[in-house]
Design a protein around this ligand. Sequence first.
Ligand SMILES: Nc1nc2c(c(=O)[nH]1)N[C@H]1C(S)=C(S)[C@@H](COP(=O)(O)OP(=O)(O)OC[C@H]3O[C@@H](n4cnc5c(=O)[nH]c(N)nc54)[C@H](O)[C@@H]3O)O[C@H]1N2
Ligand SMILES: Nc1nc2c(c(=O)[nH]1)N[C@H]1C(S)=C(S)[C@@H](COP(=O)(O)OP(=O)(O)OC[C@H]3O[C@@H](n4cnc5c(=O)[nH]c(N)nc54)[C@H](O)[C@@H]3O)O[C@H]1N2
Ligand code: SF4
Ligand SMILES: [Mo]
Length: 684
Amino acid sequence: MNAPEPLRVVHAACPHDCPDTCALQVTVQGGHVVRVQGDATHPPTHGALCTKVSRYAERTYHPDRVLQPLRRVGPKGAGRFEPIGWDEALDTVAARLKAIAARDPQAVLPYSYAGTMGLLQGESMAGRFFHRLGASRLDRTICSSAGGEALAATYGGKVGMHVEHYAESKLILIWGSNSIASNLHFWTFAQAAKRAGAKLVCIDPRRSETADKCHEHLALLPGTDGALALGLMHELVVNDWLDHDYLDRHVRGWPALKERALQWPAERAAAVCGLQAEQIRVLARDYGTTQPAAIRLNYGMQRVRGGGNAVRLVALLPCLVGAWRHRAGGLLLSSSGWFAPVRDEAALQRPDLLAGRQPRIVNMSTIGDELLREASPGFGPKIEALVVYNSNPVAVAPHSARVVEGFQREDLFTVVLEHFMTDTADLADIVLPATTQLEHLDVHTSYGHTYALINEPAIAPRGQAKPNTQIFRELAARMGFDDPCFADSDEQLARVALKPQWVDFDALRARGWAKLTLPEAPFAEGGFLTADGKAWADAPGLGLPDYLPNHECAASTPELAQRYPLAMISPPARNFLNSSFVNVASLRDIEGEPLLEMHAQDAAARGIADRATVRVFNDRGSYRCRCRVSTRARPGVVNGLGIWWRKLGMDGHNVNQLTHQRLTDLGRAPSFYDCLVEVEAVAG
Ligand SMILES: Nc1nc2c(c(=O)[nH]1)N[C@H]1C(S)=C(S)[C@@H](COP(=O)(O)OP(=O)(O)OC[C@H]3O[C@@H](n4cnc5c(=O)[nH]c(N)nc54)[C@H](O)[C@@H]3O)O[C@H]1N2
Ligand SMILES: Nc1nc2c(c(=O)[nH]1)N[C@H]1C(S)=C(S)[C@@H](COP(=O)(O)OP(=O)(O)OC[C@H]3O[C@@H](n4cnc5c(=O)[nH]c(N)nc54)[C@H](O)[C@@H]3O)O[C@H]1N2
Ligand code: SF4
Ligand SMILES: [Mo]
């Protein structure tokens, strides 16, 4: 008998759009991945992974992986494809893009998001390619730009506490975050704090898994967080639970904001939020009298019309009470701004290849409308070609009916780089097989901690799959782009991704991760990243933040609220990551079917029984799912857990059949959780 092949352990990083960006250790034997584990030495990961990524190998070795290029044969959307060789596939794509670009390169649009958060397989070679072509630029707003712009307007960047320090907090507000599902490694620190006596408060319309484990749960109405923050400020002012010294020295515009807050007694805020005034008073007293007090804000609360204003208001709370003086006090929404000086985006993406051109910018969040727009002086040319990578827009973008109509245009040429035949790949003309994280090199930063990570390839690409970088390299050659930068290898890209004065690449490689050197309590003495170092209540061009009611609610659209009296939010299901993993059988089995959680009172009023099949609908469309009559939903609000692949749902639709394309107040982002619906039981 032969001796068993030796085991090899490779440093890797979780590629997913998740704040935790775990450090992985991948065990390989005989060219095959046998185990994916968390790196015990990486402090935020501490050796533990979520259920989804513990199964990452199942995704890589999935029998449905697309492993060769495909060309559509039937009519668009019929899902009939035939395998073709790489040469033919790339020649076809290059010929079409060349012909379109000869008329106007802006008729070509890249569409990508965070299927992988890797700096290489994200926007490196792809960025170079589209810059050189002069294609339309994509406004990448689908997730976090309302909150991101709000943080920039308040702190001067997407910066906040170090996640590790939550373990020492005495009070933690978990605000718009189902941390157990979507920020597991923060939750570990919050639990340590809880064991040490800290109080945990969850602020979320849904009684989530996380709310179950907190001491208090404020189930406010969706989109009312700004009113809650103003109500809390009112209590902090009238009870003088303020850090006057901090406010005087480190906050710009506080006197004016204080006047606004004084118009929001607890009763007024409670009426808007659908809470009891007493709940707001108790929370304000806790927050005003406990140090250190920390807020873990997450993006769930900014997917509404007033999301940007709400984040600005919440982000000012730690300044009122001086929470920033402690390393275990303050707020974290995103840590990605700490990496802004570290990442060398210009070196990776080479915007200089635009050579002075300024192509139009197209918003990814309104892709349905954009694809259906005709040429006009204001818009420019009609979109004739779409190159999709790292995203599944047909499932995740709002107002699916419009999105699908756009993707079904017979005159649209669509290329999709993918691992699987997603809802988007089904509507492609050409599908190109991409490698997964176990098959390519990458470098990662994080939006939930302050460590850089390396991802070494563990195995050779499966089948004929190629890294995104390689696909764009080969396409560039066929387009005749002979700039030397298109010959850079992934290794060369990895070496320029992070600036050496911050992260030494060889040290990163040796250990798998590297912590940025940053102050422990970054704003203990002010020093925000704004022009004057203060936190801005009054931001240039924006003025003071205020509560803005949802696009769709009784206050803004009373007639609509009569017909569609239920507010629907569509937060992520725990065992999926956006629409990724929906096709991994073991994870889909845990989730079961597309679910709508509904309060018993609302169910009784409609004669809906637990586990009934229901139709959820509004003027934009409808979809079917299983109803769970549950205390996870508060009265008046239904929770449609996302984001199923349309074709794996009950009727070929998902929750985005109901969402709309109206944008947030800041950041031009979608307002997924600002959506009125009605629900009825259906037979069968
Ligand atoms: N398991 C899992 N993890 C994920 C994801 C996933 O799909 N699955 N998605 C990843 C992505 S893309 C992101 S952007 C991050 C963060 O993604 P988030 O969407 O922030 O993720 P959650 O924290 O799961 O969900 C947000 C919470 O906000 C609540 N919420 C909805 N509307 C409101 C509101 O108006 N006010 C308040 N206060 N709360 C509201 C929801 O009920 C939910 O519990 O998570 C990432 N992690
Ligand atoms: N109703 C509703 N809609 C939502 C949300 C919600 O909460 N409710 N959340 C929104 C949010 S926060 C976000 S971030 C978006 C997310 O939307 P997307 O960024 O589109 O995320 P995914 O659905 O995970 O799709 C990512 C795709 O990229 C592919 N991929 C992964 N790695 C690679 C790679 O290396 N190469 C290539 N070529 N492909 C790769 C995966 O196979 C997957 O199909 O959805 C948004 N849509
Ligand atoms: S999805 Fe998040 S929690 Fe799961 S392994 Fe990746 S980074 Fe860690
Ligand atoms: Mo996201």
